[in-house]
Every structure is written in C-alpha cells, then in structure tokens.
Design a protein around this ligand. Structure first.
Ligand code: TRP
Length: 369
C-alpha cells in the first residue's frame, strides 16, 4: 500500500509491462529475475474490467451519500494519492501504531520465529505494504534457518511489484522464494490452499482489523479459519484502548495529513464522478466513541450546501453541521482479543506488546477437530 510519489513512474512502467505480457487462461504468470530466485506473480483479478470499478465506486458513493447518517466506505481512501498520504500518516510523530509495531517486531521476532523453526511454511502477508515491518520478522526467520516462501498478497499489482523491488534493495540475492499474489484476501487464500500444501503463517498487521466492527471482525476471522488448515498460524495487530488524548492526537495530527487523507476522498469523488465538492466547506474531525470503543473520522458540512455529482445525475443537499462518516478504528481490551480468538476457533499462543502497552501483535494457531 505504501507508494511514495517518486515511485509513481516505476509503477506506471510496471503496470504497462504487466499488461503487455501474455495472459493465459485468465491468469497472468509473470516471471522477473530477482538476481537469484525467480519471483512468480499470479494475478487472479485480470478478468476485472475498468468499467466495473467505476460503476462500483458510483454505487458506493450513491448509497453512502443517500443514507442517514451519511457515510462513505473506507476503501475509498486508498487510491494512489491516498496510499501515499497513508505512508505520511505512518511517519507522523502522533501516529503511534507504526512505531509500536516496529518495536514489537524488533523485540519479539525471534520468539515468533521459534514457533516456526524446523518446518516448511508460507509467510503470507495480507495487504503487503512496503515491507518495512515484515523484513524485521523475515530477518529473524532467516536467522532461525526457517524454510519459508514469502507470499505478499494485495489487491494492487503495483503494490506487490513495489514490495518486491524493496526486497531486492535490501537483500542483494533474495535468499527465499517469493510468490506474489494479486487478489482479494480470501480469493488468494483459497488459491493458496489448493496450490500449496505447506503450513501457513498469515500476517495481518497494522490496525487493519480495527477497521471492522465486531460482527465484521468475527466474520473475517471465521473466514480466515475456514480458509486455513489445522495448525496454521496467524499474527494479528490490535490497537489497544489507551489515554484519550493520545488517541485524539493520532487521528487529528498537527500537520493536517489525516485531514488531507479524508479530503482526498472528496477529490477522488469529484474527479471520477464529475462532482463539485468544495473541500474547504467541510471540517475534518476524529472523535473517540466511548460506547463503541472506536476512533471515528468525520467530514462535517460547515454550512447549508448542495453538491452535484454529474456522473450520477444527482444533487445532495447538506444541512449545516451535517456529517459524513468516513472511518471506524476500533480499539481493543485484552479480553476482547481473547474472546475473539476463542469464539472463532483459534488458540492464542502469545501476545507481544510494546513497552508502553499501546499495541499488541497476537500470535494464534488454528484449531480444527
Ligand atoms: N485505518 C487505519 C487506522 O485506524 C488508518 C488510519 C489512520 C485512518 N488515520 C486515519 C483511516 C484516519 C481513516 C481516517 O489506524
């Protein structure tokens, strides 16, 4: 997901190269030399048409702006600009989750690697990012002489290519095989269980699971359990409940990057649906909801205004101080994590926390009868 601006040209080049390669049976199997082991990328989404994406966006926006209270789906954040803004958020002093998780992996990767010593497995990363955190774990796995294949799985082919490039920069001869997968998470996991018999360690890092409410988190974990085999491992990042001022600052940073990240969704809607949202007439606010335990992001209309989306042939009338909900980020108690694992068929092997106790990477194992 991390795609700094300077890399955009490389993305464009990668994308056009990928399109030029022949596609067989709807699957693109692209081989690129990585100076040692070859990387194979299997794209399960190549049948998707660009038009489908536009229609889906239009429908999501129509639905989100028509319902009351209004709310837009959080996946709209992550276009190229949004992904770049998110890397800036991760670098902010106030955004503690990245530092906490880096600290956790630096300290506890050897312990995680010990669980997997002496066995062959796939290291699967859901939503592959730039690899900065993952390589900390990978280094410990190499030190433990673990025999693993790295499987970065992302919906964006450019993100998988970008990660591969970063790995090439870090390891001159990449000392482990890589199988990039471009797919939706569960599409990728089903493909993996049909095509690879080794054990799996699934990484779901950052506060990704925090974007799901309780029923969605349960559903996600049951789906994960169902896609995996008895004895497979998962390492999931959970952001813990903490001092409200720390939470507030992390989602209302001084430089305004988080606000920009939210306004970018309005820009994206304007650009793709011929809209006239005036971002200066909306106020960004991140708030903690004590009842639900989530940080919630909003864009609030500062006056009565009408927004027209040409592509939908529709106007949306905002009243003064009417809000558009943008994102939930649920914060956890340790007992919430135990309950989630137990009710979805996982056994907790270890909870790895940072020194301040802000964040936990929880290592679970699939239990089937
Ligand atoms: N969803 C991530 C989180 O909860 C990323 C994020 C950080 C975010 N700040 C945000 C998403 C503001 C939407 C709005 O930490």
């Amino acid at each position: 997901m991390a795609r700094p601006k300077l890399k955009q040209m490389q993305y464009a080049l990668f994308d056009s190269l990928c399109q030029a390669w022949p596609k067989r049976l709807g699957l693109a199997r692209d081989c690129i030399s990585n100076g040692g082991s070859p990387v194979e990328i299997t794209n399960l989404t190549t049948g998707k048409k660009i038009n489908d994406e536009k229609h889906e966006l239009a429908l999501n926006v129509l639905e989100g702006l028509s319902k009351r209270p209004r709310g837009l789906p959080s996946r709209l954040f992550y276009d190229d600009k949004g992904s770049e803004l998110f890397t800036q958020i991760m670098d902010l002093e106030e955004y503690y989750p990245t530092n906490c998780e880096t600290e956790i992996l630096q300290k506890h990767s050897p312990a995680i690697a010990k669980h997997l010593a002496n066995q062959e497995f796939n290291l699967v990363e859901l939503g592959c990012g730039d690899g900065a955190k993952t390589t900390i774990l990978i280094d410990s796995l190499i030190a433990e002489k673990a025999g693993f294949k790295f499987v970065p799985l992302d919906i964006s082919e450019a993100a998988v290519q970008f990660l591969h490039k970063n790995l090439q920069e870090k390891y001159r001869d990449i000392p482990f095989p890589i199988q990039g997968l471009v797919a939706e998470y569960f599409q990728g996991l089903s493909w993996l269980s049909e095509n690879a018999s080794a054990k799996n360690l699934i990484l779901f890092l950052g506060s990704n699971i925090g974007n799901l409410n309780k029923p969605m988190a349960l559903r996600f974990l049951r789906h994960l359990w169902y896609s995996l085999n008895d004895g497979d491992y998962v390492l999931i990042g959970f952001d813990l409940k903490k001092d409200l001022d720390i939470l507030y600052d992390a989602y209302n940073d001084k430089k305004g990057v988080t606000a920009e990240f939210n306004y970018n969704v309005l820009d994206r809607i304007n650009a793709s649906l011929d809209g006239n949202f005036d971002r200066s007439q909306f106020q960004h606010q991140g708030l903690y909801n004590v009842q639900t335990g989530a940080m919630e992001s909003y864009l609030i209309s500062q006056k009565a205004q009408t927004v027209r989306l040409g592509e939908l042939d529709r106007e949306f009338h905002f009243q003064p101080w009417e809000a558009i909900h943008m994102e939930y980020s649920y914060k956890y108690l340790q007992t919430d994590i135990t309950d989630l694992a137990e009710s979805t068929g996982f056994q907790i092997l270890d909870n790895f926390k940072d020194e301040k106790g802000y964040f936990v990477d929880s290592l679970w194992q699939v239990r089937k009868e």
